[in-house]
Design a protein around this ligand. Structure first.
Ligand code: PLP
Length: 393
């Protein structure tokens, strides 16, 4: 794609790479080789297609948000309905792909880690469907906050292991998952949930999420007979956004905006806006933008949306940021919650808090644009999981 030929393998421009202990180099190579082989394998492709359609519920539609479009009197707003997938978010696309990859590689055990629980639930579901053993590491604090998802994972047959180190949240759960993988490499596949981690993960996850943009492109051409002017998506690790953006990257007129978590505001320091508050650094095996203090210590992040609450971001986004192909911005907790309410009331769709960040920015943008413009917002997931969060009246 728009990557230059000069790029070193496993790098996106200056970002990415494999910053891992020696013991992980062989399994990463094994994963890369298997992936390259299976990606072209007809039987693998057919089985994945069947899972995506029959199990995950693809293709998901794009939906014209007519009420909001009318009210804002600006650009036409379309929603890509990843909220309609099985288990309620785009995470299932990648979980299905990687679990199938693991099965074809002869690995019978899946290791995952989860923050909000969405990735853990998707991974538990596909593991059950494919007859694979599944263990999910989860920070003790997150387990407390996300009880319904813990129950779902357990019901789906996964073993949920509480992590009590550090801040007892996602970053600590990832450390534990990596430890498990190093110990059980022969039998286990580490199923990373976003476009993060060492090469080849960011490429594998992106390619399993590309289906979002491939479908959206076909669908908008059918409905509008032309490409959209803007794509908007929320950015946690960056998988739902790159999934939507990727097939449009060479369409120069299509502008793309990634929306990070502004939390309580950038000035407060309580946010997860890596491109505003962070700088290049290494976390969990990859070189990308990282929120860190002046000594390089990872700083605490905050977002009302657990899925956006991570101190780093996928290396391909760092590259797209460096060449200016994608614009990155943020919206606050408060703005996201307003959008969460507005979409529910006006369109009858309850979005995930994560997706509500993209909605908030997309609505602001639509209101400023003329009526002949078209925006597609990625509705990455549904909001049922967020109903227990106290957001006031
Ligand atoms: C996990 C999650 C996100 C953020 O992760 P990405 O990898 O950036 O997509 C966004 N929306 C929903 C609904 C999620 O579950």
């Amino acid at each position: 794609m728009i990557k230059s030929k000069k790029d070193k393998k496993g790098y996106f421009g200056d970002f990415g790479g494999q910053f891992v202990p020696e013991t992980l180099m062989t399994p990463l190579k094994e994963l890369e080789d298997s992936y390259i082989k299976l990606w072209r394998d007809k039987r693998f492709k057919a089985e994945l297609d069947e899972m995506l359609s029959g199990f995950a519920g693809r293709p998901t539609p794009i939906y014209f948000a007519g009420n909001l479009t009318d009210q804002l009197n600006g650009a036409k707003i379309y929603l890509k309905r990843e909220d309609l997938t099985h288990t309620g978010a785009h995470k299932i696309n990648n979980a299905a792909g990687q679990a199938l990859l693991a099965k074809y590689m002869g690995k019978k055990r899946i290791i995952a880690e989860t923050g909000a629980g969405q990735h853990g639930v998707a991974t538990s579901a596909v593991s059950a469907a494919l007859g694979l053993e599944c263990v999910v590491y989860m920070g003790a604090v997150d387990m407390e906050r996300q009880q319904p998802n813990v129950k779902r994972m357990q019901l789906l047959g996964a073993k949920v292991i509480p992590v009590n180190s550090g801040s007892k949240t996602l970053k600590d759960a990832i450390n534990e998952a990596i430890r498990d993988w190093v110990t059980n490499i022969r039998t286990s596949h580490y199923l990373i949930g976003s476009v993060l981690g060492p090469h080849p993960y960011p490429i594998i996850v992106r390619n399993f999420q590309r289906v979002i943009g491939t479908e959206a492109k076909k669908q908008i051409l059918q409905k509008e007979k032309r490409l959209p002017d803007y794509l908007v998506a929320s950015i946690g690790g960056g998988s739902n956004s790159i999934g939507l953006f990727y097939d449009f990257l060479n369409d120069n007129k299509v502008r793309m905006i990634g929306v990070e978590a502004g939390g309580r505001g950038i000035k407060s320091g309580k946010h997860a806006a890596r491109f505003t508050g962070g700088r290049p650094g290494i976390l969990h095996g990859t070189l990308s933008y990282v929120l860190q203090d002046k000594f390089g210590q990872i700083t605490e992040t905050h977002s009302v949306a657990a899925g956006l609450d991570y101190p780093s971001v996928g290396p391909e986004h760092a590259y797209l940021h460096s060449i200016g192909r994608v614009q990155y911005t943020s919206v606050t907790d408060k703005e996201a919650i307003e959008a969460f309410r507005l979409l529910s009331e006006m369109e009858g769709i309850i979005p995930a808090f994560e997706s509500a960040h993209a909605i908030a920015y997309g609505l602001k943008l639509a209101g400023k644009l003329p009526k002949n413009k078209i925006i597609i917002i990625n509705l990455s997931g549904r909001g049922d999981k967020d109903l227990l969060t106290n957001i006031g009246k």
